[in-house]
Design a protein around this ligand. Structure first.
Ligand code: HEC
Ligand code: HEC
Length: 212
């Protein structure tokens, strides 16, 4: 093959690309992987500071170790549960439904310890407050019965199968943080991760029409 000099250089550059692109794709992180949990520090500094810095409405102040120790004396599980479901003027999930129960637990550990605790890798609490089927009837069915805005339909396994490719955990993460027209925690910030998991299993794994 008699390739003129200029074309040959182009050819060499092209071959380099053909080799480099698949290698790049291979090392790119998969977008399907569940989002990495934020650290306690990040959650406190972006969400909880809103009230806990100044002590708004009687919120225990960041840095007031005496007040935090008093609160934590009932157990980290108890005060974390309150932070997840909401208590008096403390809004559920700090008012940010897209935070996971693990992220709330990390933020509690951070404030209670004055920034000294290592981030826990499991939530201190994730209360199951309502059975999966009941939650689906009370809330999820509103969109998931008819398939409003493209919601996968209850009782239609063909809607769920392609979404189940990344497992139930991926679907639970989407239900927590929201997914296109699907609002975070279905718009109910007081639902725990455990509640959402039970509802997702009811819809996506059992997937029977309601009432059967
Ligand atoms: C809109 C204001 C507001 C935001 C934002 C907020 N809190 Fe609170 N928080 C409060 C108030 C007010 C209280 C005191 C409630 C009471 O005991 O009456 C409180 C209390 C708490 C308690 C103690 C609960 C108990 O049982 O004693 C924890 C734990 C807590 N918040 C965690 C958090 C975390 C974690 C975040 C961030 C993810 C956060 N809060 C964001 C207002 C807020
Ligand atoms: C306001 C309407 C609405 C409500 C209420 C609602 N969903 Fe959805 N949901 C949607 C829509 C729309 C989609 C499709 C989003 C997309 O993939 O584009 C969806 C998708 C999903 C998915 C698939 C996400 C994925 O990664 O493919 C899950 C899981 C889910 N919803 C769980 C729930 C649960 C659990 C409830 C009740 C606690 C609920 N939804 C309530 C509208 C809703």
């Amino acid at each position: 093959m008699n390739v003129p000099m200029r074309n040959r250089n182009q050819f060499l550059r092209l071959s380099a690309l053909v080799i480099a692109v698949p290698a790049m794709l291979y090392t790119l992180p998969s977008t399907a992987a569940p989002e990495k949990a934020r650290s306690g520090k990040v959650v406190v500094e972006t969400v909880c500071v809103g009230c806990h810095e100044t002590g708004k409405d009687g919120a225990p102040r960041i840095g007031d170790q005496a007040e935090w120790s008093k609160r934590a004396s009932v157990g980290l599980g108890v005060i974390t549960r309150n932070a997840i479901t909401g208590v008096r003027k403390m809004p559920a999930h700090g008012g940010n439904a897209a935070l996971s129960d693990l992220e709330v637990s990390r933020a509690v550990a951070y404030m209670v310890s004055g920034g000294k605790a290592v981030d826990p890798d499991k939530p201190y609490s994730s209360p199951s407050q309502i059975a999966g089927g009941n939650l689906v009837k009370a809330r999820c069915s509103e969109c998931h019965t008819t398939g409003k805005d493209g919601a996968p339909r209850i009782g239609h396994m063909e809607d769920w199968s392609p979404r189940l490719k990344n497992g139930v955990d991926g679907l639970v993460s989407s239900a927590i943080s929201g997914h296109n027209a699907m609002p975070a925690r279905a718009g109910m910030a007081n639902l725990s991760d455990a509640d959402l998991r039970a509802a997702v299993i009811f819809m996506a794994v059992q997937s029977k029409p309601l009432g059967k």
